[in-house]
Design a protein. Structure first.
Length: 342
């Protein structure tokens, strides 16, 4: 079994309102810290794939050397690039785009929340929208296809048409045949859980947006999911790695989490500085953490009855909605007074 180890080495320049991991301070780990963290797992996992980021890829000064170090530290599958890159660095460091080409990057995903004011506010940084437009041009000029993803909700839904008009005005599809524009609502944990009231409703997705909406046919209205889950009296929701390789996240404070949902205390596996590594790795392999122990004690039916809204037409993927309900239950179990962090 391969362990994928993602370490929040330097953090992220943004504070996006949709971030499912949740907002955290930017750490300042060095190369020696990374090697120490990886070495601590080597005795317990035969194969390890290393990523020195979990929020913003390549968000460090020595991005090329850091990528090579991640590859060298990986004893299992080598790390992948996916379609991810830092637009923050694309617009600031010409050498970064050359690096992206060197490692075989063909597409890069860029996230928008509407037009300029809305995108800047949701990303948490003034100027972000203009940087995304500039990054789009730089990528096209370097033979890399941008993929614009638009996170839609009730506040920004009317800006989707304006973004499509901008795509047409900039002739992005004509200039870059593999350019793509797609829409989705995101999960509902981490920072995005705070936007539940603004979550897009089924009737708010106009017909002309559906062709761009990612996997729209598999989205369901909350009220329909509530009715379905009410009948699941003998079924619990237990997110698990048992279907494949294990992925864990390590924060700058050396707290260890699975990649299931936001990084809050009830989901904590342990701490690399404070805990015995043998026991921590046992908890990883056995998925023995407070959140999952609690999840075994509540059925989907009870979650739906207690925390679902039978009158809501907000759109969800089924597993995203299960996680929302479970996290609401866990908040009551572990933070009944509404302690910050949930």
């Amino acid at each position: 079994m391969n362990l994928t180890l993602c370490v929040d080495m330097k953090g992220c320049p943004n504070r996006c309102k949709h971030c499912w991991i949740g907002h955290m301070p930017n750490p300042h780990l060095n190369d020696s810290d990374m090697r120490t963290i990886v070495d601590s797992f080597q005795k317990h996992f035969e194969k390890i794939t290393v990523y020195s980021w979990l929020r913003e890829p390549d968000y460090c000064v020595n991005f090329r050397e850091r990528w090579l170090a991640d590859c060298e530290l990986s004893s299992g599958n080598k790390p992948q690039r996916f379609e991810l890159a830092s637009f923050y660095k694309i617009v600031r460091e010409p050498a970064y785009v050359e690096f992206l080409k060197e490692v075989g990057t063909k597409k890069v995903q860029l996230t928008l929340f509407g037009m300029e004011a809305t995108t800047d506010r949701y990303i948490g940084r003034k100027g972000a929208f203009q940087e995304i437009l500039k990054a789009t041009e730089i990528l096209i000029a370097n033979g890399i296809s941008p993929r614009w993803q638009f996170f839609i909700n009730e506040e920004n839904k009317d800006e989707a048409e304006r973004l499509l008009a901008l795509v047409h005005k900039l002739r992005l599809k004509e200039r870059c045949p593999h350019f793509a524009f797609f829409i989705h609502e995101g999960s509902c944990d981490g920072e995005n859980a705070k936007l539940y009231d603004l979550r897009i409703k089924k009737e708010s997705v106009s017909k002309n947006l559906i062709p761009y909406y990612l996997d729209f046919d598999n989205k369901q209205a909350e009220q329909d999911l509530v009715e379905t889950f009410k009948r699941k009296t003998n079924e619990c929701y237990l997110p698990s790695n048992h279907r494949g390789d294990i992925t864990i996240y390590v924060s700058g404070a050396r707290d260890v989490f699975f990649n299931f949902t936001h990084m809050t205390p009830e989901w904590l596996i342990g701490n690399l500085k404070a805990d015995d590594m043998s026991d921590l790795c046992r908890r990883i392999q056995e998925e023995d953490i407070p959140a999952l122990r609690a999840a075994q004690k509540v059925s989907l039916s009870e979650l739906a009855v207690r925390y679902g809204n039978p009158n809501s037409t907000r759109l969800f993927e089924e597993d995203d909605y299960k996680m929302l309900l479970l996290n609401r239950y866990l908040a009551d179990q572990f933070h009944p007074a509404g302690i910050p962090g949930v």
